[in-house]
Write a protein that binds this ligand. Structure first.
Ligand code: SF4
Ligand code: SF4
Ligand code: SF4
Length: 276
């Protein structure tokens, strides 16, 4: 991150005890980002498909709300989990991208630039939250993910999803203030909340933060991540060599391609000689 940065990182605090699974956030995201709807007649299908199954993130769906049946105090309960890019403070997607297709805005949004992407898909492998998705269906595909509505953030506005949440399950603000709010909420309700703010320390900290009354592991959050240390810091030895690994792979591929071309040319010449 630039040493000139003066704007505090923005974030969203997701209070999973308040989410009712309405899916307004998913619809708002698609409208703001001009994405197509699975079924324009039934917008519930943005997060629950026609078979009642959870819709997963894909290149045309940058956020979704998973309906999950989990155990709490010996009873089955439903919880609703909004998923999107976590906007890591030291993102591994960015660190492995030798094409510099990712950058972090002043407000802390991890932005992706399809113009610079060469389609290697290292970012998809590197992301600890399995967020970037590929446009497999397109001839000239790009990687796609939530951009934290960065143009809105630059204007001091909340992202589209947070601005429509009817229950205040999504609270937008300065990350540090949200962190303090999260801890205060947990302290005021110790019998309700798990004593953990997810994203405070995971992979060195993320700008999206979660609090919950059900263990995060039961809600599909990865719980074996490095704490207080980013993935790039942990795998510095590997990411340092990524461009060389890619360059080596590209050279090998080019070599194989040129060899096949040469073999083809020789075979053609031999065939022509026989016909002469
Ligand atoms: S969640 Fe994944 S895609 Fe998003 S910033 Fe972190 S590493 Fe990058
Ligand atoms: S921040 Fe913007 S792009 Fe990201 S999930 Fe919310 S509405 Fe979609
Ligand atoms: S808009 Fe709010 S309450 Fe509705 S699904 Fe999204 S996070 Fe949950």
């Amino acid at each position: 991150m630039s040493s000139k940065k003066t704007t505090p990182n923005k974030g969203v605090l997701v209070d999973l005890t308040k989410c009712v699974g309405c899916g307004s956030c998913t619809v708002a995201c698609k409208l703001w980002n001009n994405q197509s709807f699975q079924n324009p007649e039934n917008r519930e299908e943005e997060f629950r498909n026609a078979h009642g199954e959870n819709v997963k993130l894909d290149s045309n769906t940058w956020t979704t709300v998973e309906h999950m049946k989990v155990q709490k105090d010996g009873k089955e309960v439903w919880r609703y989990v909004k998923r999107q890019c976590m906007h890591c403070q030291d993102p591994s997607c960015k660190s492995v991208c030798f094409a510099n297709a990712f950058h972090i805005t002043e407000e802390g949004a991890v932005q992706y630039n399809p113009e610079l992407c060469v389609g290697c898909r290292y970012c998809m492998i590197a992301c600890p939250f399995d967020i970037p998705k590929y446009e497999w269906e397109k001839v000239m595909p790009s990687v796609m993910k939530c951009q934290f509505c960065s143009s809105k953030l630059a204007e001091g506005e909340a992202p589209a999803c947070a601005s429509v949440c009817p229950t205040n399950a999504l609270i937008f603000g300065d990350r540090e203030a949200l962190l303090a709010q999260a801890h205060a909420t947990i302290s005021a309700n110790p019998n309700l909340y798990i004593d953990h703010v997810y994203g405070e320390s995971e992979v060195g900290g993320t700008n999206w933060l979660y609090i919950s009354d059900v263990p995060f592991g039961d809600l599909g959050f990865p719980t074996n991540l490095p704490m207080g240390k980013s993935v790039p810091e942990n795998i510095h030895g590997f990411t340092r060599f990524t461009p060389f690994i890619f360059a080596g792979g590209a050279a090998l591929w080019t070599g194989v391609h040129l060899y096949s071309k040469r073999r083809h040319a020789v075979a053609e010449a031999e065939g022509n000689e026989k016909h002469d």
